[in-house]
Design a protein around this ligand. Structure first.
Ligand code: MG
Length: 357
């Protein structure tokens, strides 16, 4: 397919409530949104890079640079952008825009095109690091009452065993994941093993990106499944982690792995090895949520995915239509070509550039 034009937009959306993770507190979220045009058709992809280089090395500014200077010109010239090293989140944004565009031109829902189906998906919620046990329990209660099928709690040294224990005692039936975002080291195996009594669905990414052997050592001594996130940036990483028995669950984030094609390869590899998957999110705006939902309809995505409605996070997510529950805790892809949604003016555009051939 001939790509005529790529438009990059830097958009900012206001959060409905501030969010805090291991690194910082957010009140707004700025994203790069990619639009790819062919004739009169447009496809959309949202870049998952954050403003800061803490989750990984990419930022919205590096993604913009790589997209404007390298990826968009290569795509417009019909050339392979694999020549660009790394920068998976920048690549993922353009790849998602092109996948959406191709699905729209083919008149096919994106979920069907990538091997999924027009089927409902159970959504999961994430609760950030709260400032008190009271606030944490309140946030879990709200998520659980809304129908979410799993709650992920962010942990870090000093905020781990006790908060998770309190949540477990208050909500014995809620499936829980504790997500450490790589905050622990090889000296913490004994400490983290204490989580094993708390009936967690998973302990997510306890160690640094490259600490596969340490993760395998912890998995060998814990009944609780370890889920990998930051460690898995490709199908090759996945194969290494599976060989080492470093996890029993893989969280697949489309941006982290450079787009839908690699996400599907990781999914297929996990399915072959009996490793379960879910789709992870990074505070996507509306368009990114629709893309994630398409991926979450794949058959091995058997755990609830981070694909809940955006009103939990954003005042306006910039997508029309916006993703909503079809019944409490469940979301469904649109029976329309591509992701079925377009960018609206609900978010403020700070910068815009059109790149043509
Ligand atoms: Mg994670």
């Amino acid at each position: 397919m001939r790509i005529d034009r790529v438009i990059l937009r830097m958009v900012t959306a206001k959060l409905s409530t501030p969010f805090e993770n291991r690194w910082q507190r957010f009140e707004t979220w700025t994203k790069v949104v990619v639009q790819a045009d062919s004739g009169s058709a447009s496809g959309f992809g949202e870049c998952t890079a954050m403003e800061t280089p803490y989750y990984n090395y990419e930022t919205i500014e590096t993604a913009w640079h790589i997209l404007e200077r390298y990826l968009a010109p290569l795509a417009l010239a019909g050339e392979d952008w694999a020549v660009v090293n790394g920068h998976e989140e920048a690549k993922g944004a353009l790849e998602c825009a092109l996948a959406d565009l191709r699905a729209r031109v083919a008149g096919q829902p994106l979920c069907v095109r990538i091997g999924g189906a027009l089927r409902p998906v159970r959504a999961a919620a994430t609760v950030g690091i709260e400032h008190s046990a009271h606030a944490l329990l309140g946030a879990v209660r709200t998520a659980s009452a809304a129908g979410y099928g799993r709650v992920r709690i962010k942990i870090r040294p000093g905020w781990d065993i006790e908060p998770v224990r309190l949540v477990r005692e208050a909500f014995p039936a809620v499936p829980l994941i504790a997500d450490a975002n790589a905050a622990y080291g090889a000296a913490d195996l004994d400490h983290l093993s204490k989580l094993d009594d708390l009936g967690l669905l998973a302990l997510e990414q306890p160690f640094g990106q490259f600490m596969i052997e340490t993760s395998a050592a912890l998995q060998a001594r814990m009944t609780t499944a370890i889920c990998l996130d930051e460690s898995v940036k490709s199908a090759a990483d996945t194969a290494r982690a599976l060989r080492a028995r470093a996890c029993r669950i893989v969280n697949i984030k489309v941006g982290r792995v450079g787009g839908l094609a690699e996400a599907v390869r990781i999914h297929d590899l996990c399915a072959e090895h009996g490793i379960t998957n879910f789709v992870g999110a990074k505070y996507e705006l509306g368009l990114g949520r629709w893309t994630n939902l398409a991926l979450a309809t794949l058959p091995n995505m058997t755990l609830p995915s981070d694909v809940g409605p955006s009103h939990r996070y954003y005042v306006d997510d910039g997508a029309d239509p916006t993703l909503e529950f079809t019944r409490p805790g469940w979301v469904s892809p649109l029976p329309a070509p591509g992701i079925g949604a377009v960018l609206t003016s609900g978010v403020s555009t700070d910068r815009e550039i059109a790149i043509t051939r």
